[in-house]
Design a protein around this ligand. Structure first.
Ligand code: BTN
Length: 192
């Protein structure tokens, strides 16, 4: 029991560290956006940590960043709430719950494991982008007089983010399935 919890804590610490490292692997885009590799870590967290531990990690990441640890793409602190990318961080914090819900929904379907995982993961990606883009629109609208002029830049950066994420989520899904068969585990969060 004690050993099991120690293993879980080690896994949580590992994924927390990975979240921070991948948060910093970004390319800056216009309008304070970042093309980010963090989405890979985000999509490995629920399968490997499950709903409860995954949520603890995601929410701790959000809270520690907001109270000042420089763990987000460009720092941290309360002012980050007003950055256009903060909506993505809010979506990440709630993602394990959404993924648990989606897993329940598709559990009965007779799809192959890869199809099931891609459906869960691409629906989750859609959720992240809906929250992220919605938040970004509100922040940019409040921050600028001439919002219309920004719309085309916003469309292009969104398309760049999304195309990259579609590829990264595919990689995360395949890695999850490979790890699952290599480890032979049925951890609580692993899609099965
Ligand atoms: O400011 C941060 O720390 C969060 C950056 C989030 C960037 C998001 S993640 C989803 C979308 N895809 C990307 O490549 N960038 C955005």
């Amino acid at each position: 029991m004690y050993r099991k919890r120690t293993n879980e804590m080690t896994r949580m610490a590992l994924f927390f560290a990975l979240l921070i490292v991948t948060a910093k692997l970004v390319i800056s885009l216009p309008l304070l956006d970042y093309l980010s590799l963090q989405i890979i870590t985000v999509f490995l967290i629920y399968p490997f940590l499950g709903k409860k531990d995954g949520s603890i990690i995601m929410i701790s990441y959000l809270v520690l960043g907001v109270i000042g640890l420089p763990i987000f793409a460009s720092g941290g602190g309360f002012a980050y709430v007003f950055k256009p990318t903060f909506g993505f961080l809010l979506a990440f914090a709630t993602l394990p719950l959404i993924q648990a819900l989606l897993t329940q929904l598709v559990r009965q379907q007779k799809w192959s494991p890869l199809t099931r995982m891609l459906i869960i993961n691409y629906s989750s990606l859609l959720y992240i982008h809906l929250i992220g883009i919605g938040y970004k629109l509100v922040i940019l609208r409040l921050a600028t007089q001439n919002f219309a002029a920004l719309s085309s830049i916003l469309t292009v950066t969104t398309l760049i983010d999304l195309s990259c994420d579609i590829l990264l989520v595919f990689v995360a899904s395949v890695v999850t399935l490979k790890m699952k068969s290599l480890l032979g585990v049925k951890a609580s969060g692993l899609f099965n």
